[in-house]
Design a protein around this ligand. Structure first.
Ligand code: CTP
Ligand code: MG
Length: 402
């Protein structure tokens, strides 16, 4: 590890915990070995990990009695990349199983993802998002989804209060961490924690939330397994229902008398942009790309200048409403890419912040590039900013529509 002659020495380790018994599922085999449309749950869970663009060490933590079975399965999924796989026996609790996985990480591993095998349909993109967020922030990273249900606090069967939902997230895996602080936190943990992030945070380390994915749900009960079967059997249909792309362009002129807002961020000291709202051409182009991909018209049509809600509104207001419309129409956002054409502001110094902010608003990876137009045209003369954006949407399976 890595294979002889290879230069691919992984910096990322993905620990897939699969050593639980699955008592709530109530099948004779341990949960990870239960069949789901012709493949064990563990195989489904491993497949997307081998879609990652850079090599990772894949650590499978299996029940002691199923080690050989798990090894054969992991090697089959890995194919020619079998040398990147390590299989180890788990412990009596999830925490003990994660610790067993940490113990066999290769010395070169710097970032560790911990993932439940029971989240069998977690897409490659969520692993990529978590890895990038650990790299960018140096913090622990957890994927979270907004809580859709109203949550009440109940005492003795009486609803005593409604909890503010806006502060709540439903947490998923993979959860990502810098290796050394995670290993130290595990080595010194004295209590059982409900997830890796809780253990990590109890050692005093920061944890940030990135957008989760509805497909990363956990198979816990017989109903969950049945739902997973339905999703797996309809997957080819979902793939055939083509993904869709869209394009959006926005242009605003510089306006010396206003402050600059671009990509939902304030840019102190920079000349602002003219417009009915704050002139945030980057946010507007992203909205247009999303609306275009969903076939929902464009910004002007959806957010008319007569609508008071959007007078002087910042980009985040437009993006939040656009994302809501797109989801409501049955689309999940795959990713968004935007390019800013302007002499100023210079984006490089704040690109990470910009991408993080926009990704959080959109709920999917947003990449932002910038260029000048070599002195040509209105952008070259410094009269304004132009932005081009594209978006990729995929259909939400009916079962996970919001
Ligand atoms: N897990 C593990 N070792 C344990 C317990 C759990 O590796 N001792 C893993 C499970 O295999 C699963 C993940 O942790 O992939 C999440 O746990 P959960 O969904 O609770 O699975 P089980 O513990 O197997 O199920 P149950 O709680 O219903 O018995
Ligand atoms: Mg359990």
């Amino acid at each position: 590890m890595p294979p002889r002659g290879s230069t691919e020495s992984p910096r990322v380790g993905v620990i897939v915990v699969a050593a639980g018994s699955g008592s709530r599922l109530g099948q004779p085999a341990p949960k990870a070995f239960v069949d789901l449309q012709g493949r064990p749950i563990l195989e489904h869970a491993l497949l997307p990990i081998f879609g990652l663009s850079a090599a990772v060490q894949v650590v499978v933590v299996a029940p002691a009695a199923q080690l050989a079975e798990a090894r054969a399965m992991a090697h089959e999924v890995a194919g020619v990349a079998a040398d990147f796989v390590t299989v180890v026996a788990g412990g009596p609790t999830r925490q003990a199983s994660v610790a067993a996985g940490i113990a066999v990480l290769e010395p070169g591993i710097r970032i560790v993802l911990v993932h439940d095998a029971a989240r069998a349909f977690t897409p490659t993109s969520l692993f990529e998002t978590v890895i990038a967020a650990v790299e960018g922030s140096g913090s622990g990273v957890i994927p979270g989804l907004p809580v859709a249900d109203t949550i009440k606090r109940a005492v003795d069967g009486i609803a005593v209060a409604t909890v503010d939902r806006s502060e709540l997230v439903a947490v998923q895996t993979p959860q990502g961490f810098p290796r050394q602080p995670l290993a130290d936190a595990y080595a010194t943990a004295t209590a059982e924690h409900t997830d890796d992030a809780a253990l990590y945070a109890s050692a005093g380390h920061p944890v940030i939330v990135v957008p989760g994915d509805p497909l990363a749900f956990k198979i816990t009960t017989p109903w969950d397994l049945r739902r997973a079967e339905t999703l797996a059997s309809s997957a080819p249909d979902v793939a055939r229902e083509a993904t869709r792309t869209g394009v959006g362009i926005d242009v605003h002129a510089f306006d010396e008398s206003s402050e600059l807002w671009l990509g939902g961020l304030h840019w102190p000291g920079e000349v602002g942009l003219a417009g009915h709202s704050d002139g945030d051409a980057l946010s507007h182009a992203i909205c247009d790309a999303l609306l275009s991909a969903a076939g929902l018209g464009d910004l002007g049509e959806r957010f008319g200048t007569a609508d008071e809600r959007f007078a002087n509104a910042h980009g985040e207001v437009f993006i939040a409403e656009t994302v809501r419309l797109v989801n409501e129409a049955g689309w999940a956002i795959g990713n968004v890419a935007a390019q800013v054409v302007a002499n100023r502001p210079k984006l490089a110094a704040r690109r990470d912040e910009l991408q993080r902010t926009l990704s959080a608003l959109v709920g999917a990876p947003v990449s932002v590039a910038a260029t000048t137009s070599d002195g040509l045209g209105f952008t070259g003369r410094g009269e304004g900013v132009a932005v081009v954006a594209t978006a990729l949407l995929r259909p939400l399976p009916p079962q996970v529509r919001l």
